[in-house]
Design a protein around this ligand. Structure first.
Ligand code: CA
Length: 237
């Protein structure tokens, strides 16, 4: 299970990530809200642990950014604030659970497993993204078109998912590069064009629309449905 830890206090951050690693989790630890949000853009985490008191932006703003890109990833808020109103506000913003500092590591581990179980129980619902004839399954990172499985690579899946979760917004090339490349990976020029070319060929030319000078957008749902009803090119009539 891969966790994203966003915590600015160095000792607490190191202790928390070390004990989580000892408990068998993989942990990416960032100490600012902006770095944490960027990591959430780039990788699919099982659970996100968010400290509310960060130096660069309010916890509420980080929470909103996380929800914008990872609408179904469970978020556990770690807070020193004991006020009931703060906790209610975080839950309203979409946090799945919270722990008040100081907390026991055993309790944190138990909470992580509990939110993950809750999400997995509803996986059929939460993990499937659908646009017309296109279905994306986040748990298996696979895709179907008109009900038929389509083989796609991990990077093709990431790119498609980035477009689908933001629909109907136009997504810039930079955002798509962030979605398909991990930290420290070298971005190949034209990679986005190449993946989009393959995706259009595998699914439908109208799957991804180029908006000149702005970026890319997932095709209009009704048009994709119309396109899917037409017989495939080369199919016998
Ligand atoms: Ca803090």
């Amino acid at each position: 299970m891969r966790l994203l830890l966003i915590e600015d206090e160095e000792v607490l951050g190191r202790m928390t990530s070390e004990s989580l690693v000892q408990s068998g989790f993989t942990v990416d630890w960032f100490d600012t809200g902006s770095a944490g949000s960027a990591a959430a853009h780039a990788h699919d985490y099982d659970v996100i642990l968010l400290d509310l008191g960060l130096p660069d932006m309010p916890g509420e703003a980080v929470m909103e950014q996380l929800r914008a890109v990872r609408s179904t990833t469970p978020v556990i808020v770690l807070t020193a604030r004991g006020q009931v109103e703060d906790r209610v506000a975080m839950l309203d913003l979409g946090a799945d659970d919270y722990l008040v500092k100081p907390f026991a590591m055993t309790e944190l581990c138990a909470r992580i497993r509990a939110v993950k179980r809750r999400v997995s129980a509803g996986a059929d619902h939460n993990d499937m993204l659908k646009v017309g004839p296109l279905e994306l399954f986040r748990n298996t990172r696979s895709a179907r078109w008109k009900g038929n499985p389509v083989t796609i690579t991990a990077k093709e899946f990431d790119l498609l998912e980035a477009l689908v979760v933001r629909r109907p917004a136009v997504v810039s090339r930079e955002k798509l590069e962030e979605a398909i490349y991990g930290w420290g990976e070298e971005v190949e020029s034209n990679a986005v064009d190449v993946y989009i070319h393959f995706l259009r060929r595998k699914f439908s030319p109208g799957l991804i629309v180029t908006i000149r000078g702005k970026g890319y957008q997932i095709g209009n749902e009704e048009l994709l449905l119309l396109e899917a009803r037409r017989p495939a090119a080369g199919a016998s009539q």
